[in-house]
Design a protein around this ligand. Structure first.
Ligand code: NAD
Ligand code: 44H
Length: 486
């Protein structure tokens, strides 16, 4: 096990000491200039890392807010925002003390969010709130039928009209619209919103979620957002599984302090961004980020090749009894399905400028890193939002080109078979659209599949050839599953 230069802890620290700025003899916190929503593992492995490693990182502090529960903020606040990043390579771990998060807040503290977003010094807001949290309909617009969105519209209308009340905004977009209204009132000027979620066209998705909500609530605010908020698109990449107790114990043993909130990630990291930062940004390029004029092909390369094969493994791999990405990849049948899907995805990406053969080779090495226990069950969550971006575009492009699209159809079929199995065993369906999925699963066999496909994409569900292809593949998974079980 190796310990990087940055990880050296203060000699004053001992194994019994909790991690905090005074025990760690960390530099004074940087001033808050970035507000983040979604204080999960990925933000702490990715954007916080790029900010810390930027040449001017000492000038850019992050105030991070949780999404749904206060826990992560409570734990991190007790450590003054500090935590350990464990960079887990194939042959060893490196430990780095992370200092770029300087404040951690409960996402429900909209007063703090509004104060910080309205502050003159704040230049940008980053988001890692999960795909489902954007509450978008299949056509990419804000899903106005979503009950949480409806509740936020009511709350925001009351607030806009100058009213008070006990009700508070609950969605990330609702809270951000409230905070952007505070910035508008404060007259502190333009700001950037940088989606770092695995969404196709994530800048457009963020604009649809945030701008779309403001337009409904208060057209004046919607117009201000259209004029003053720059939605920046990104392709973000660093495999960061959920932290386990083993990492907490490892840090205590290796670093000599007690850290309740370490994050484990892979050595690889990538960040491609496109858009304007009207109030400035850290020099992330000095830490390896790349700024481009056109981002769509980079997004699709990552969403299809990496995330697409992740989702394929998540469903097909679990149906075949695997638990982690590395296990699924080691299964020659799963590996062949990945190759099949990658060939289809690659055929629909430009041949120039994306270095796809090298990208695929690197993915095989990254997925094969068995020291990263990336659980398929975590990747399988919220498949209804994810497959819309990971499988549907490839299948549609292949069908339009007169090809079978079997690789992409197999991903959808594995999802259907996985959901059917969960439904038959009364297991919980971990998806924000679980109610719709369960309603579909209650239909007769055949009708259930069409209804599930319609949740992903209405046009695909109406395409007899696509339905037939997915049906055959889903039945194949079911037959194999049945044979394995008995
Ligand atoms: N983990 C990775 O390897 C990785 C890599 C690239 C991109 N991402 C993106 O980052 C997102 C978060 O990943 P993570 O690993 O940090 O997950 P995580 O589970 O550690 O954290 C998720 C964060 O999102 C918040 N959240 C969840 N549902 C929400 C909702 N409905 N409304 C508001 N906030 C909500 C949670 O409170 C938490 O702060 C992913 O969904 C993905 O879009 C993750
Ligand atoms: O984070 P999600 O849930 O959108 O997707 C699960 C994985 O595919 C994803 O986390 C990848 O590991 C990540 O996108 C790699 O950069």
């Amino acid at each position: 096990m190796t310990t990087s230069q940055e990880t050296e802890t203060s000699p004053a620290m001992t194994a019994v000491k909790p991690l905090n700025r005074s025990n760690a003899a960390a530099a004074p916190p940087a001033p808050v200039r970035i507000v983040h929503l979604g204080l999960g593992a990925f933000h702490r492995a990715h954007q916080a890392w790029y900010t810390q490693h930027a040449s001017d990182g000492a000038q850019w502090g992050i105030a991070a807010f949780t999404g749904r529960r206060p826990d992560a903020a409570t734990a991190l606040s007790a450590q003054d925002g500090l935590y350990t990043l464990i960079e887990r390579g194939g042959s060893g771990d490196k430990f780095e003390l992370m200092t770029s998060i300087v404040e951690a807040h409960d996402g429900a503290d909209v007063a703090a969010l509004s104060r910080l977003v309205a502050a003159q010094a704040t230049a940008l807001v980053t988001l890692t709130i999960t795909e489902a949290a954007y509450n978008l309909a299949a056509d990419g617009s804000l899903d106005l039928s979503n009950p949480a969105v409806q509740d936020d519209i009511d709350v925001l209308r009351t607030l806009t009209a100058g009213g008070q009340g006990d009700a508070a905004t609950v969605t990330a977009a609702g809270r951000l619209v409230q905070a952007l209204a505070a910035r508008r009132s404060a007259g502190t000027g333009p700001i950037a919103v940088v989606s770092c979620d695995n969404l196709a066209n994530n800048a457009i998705a963020a604009r649809a979620a945030i701008g779309g909500l403001a337009d409904v609530v208060d057209p004046g605010l919607g117009a201000w957002i259209a004029e003053n908020v720059s939605f920046v698109g990104t392709s973000i990449d660093r495999i960061t599984p959920r932290t386990t107790d083993a990492e907490i114990a490892l840090v205590a043993a290796e670093c000599g302090y007690v850290d309740s909130s370490p994050v484990v990630t892979e050595p690889f990291s990538d960040w491609v961004l496109s858009g304007d930062f009207p109030a400035g940004r850290p020099d992330w390029a000095s830490a390896g980020a790349v700024f481009v004029d056109e981002i769509e092909h980079f997004e699709n390369r990552k969403l299809w090749l990496l995330n697409g094969s992740h989702s394929l493994m998540a469903y097909a791999g679990q149906l075949k009894g695997h638990t982690t990405v590395a296990e699924a990849l080691a299964d020659p049948v799963c590996a062949a399905w990945i190759t099949e899907f990658w060939d289809e995805a690659q055929a629909n990406l430009p041949a120039e400028g994306l270095a796809i053969p090298a990208y695929r080779a690197a993915l095989l090495e990254r997925f094969g890193n068995a020291r990263i226990a990336h659980h398929l069950a975590q990747i399988a969550m919220d498949g209804s939002s994810k497959l819309r971006m990971r499988a549907v575009p490839v299948l549609k492009a292949e069908l339009a080109a007169g090809h079978s699209g079997t690789g992409a159809a197999r991903m959808i079929a594995a999802w259907v078979a996985f959901l059917r199995r969960a439904h038959q065993s009364a297991a919980t369906i971990a998806d924000s659209a679980a109610t719709e999925l369960v309603a579909a699963l209650k239909l007769d066999s055949g009708a259930d599949l069409v209804a599930l496909m319609a949740i992903l994409d209405a046009q695909l569900a109406g395409d007899a050839a696509a339905v037939a292809a997915v049906t055959v593949l889903a039945d194949g998974f079911a037959a194999e599953d049945g044979a394995a079980q008995g």
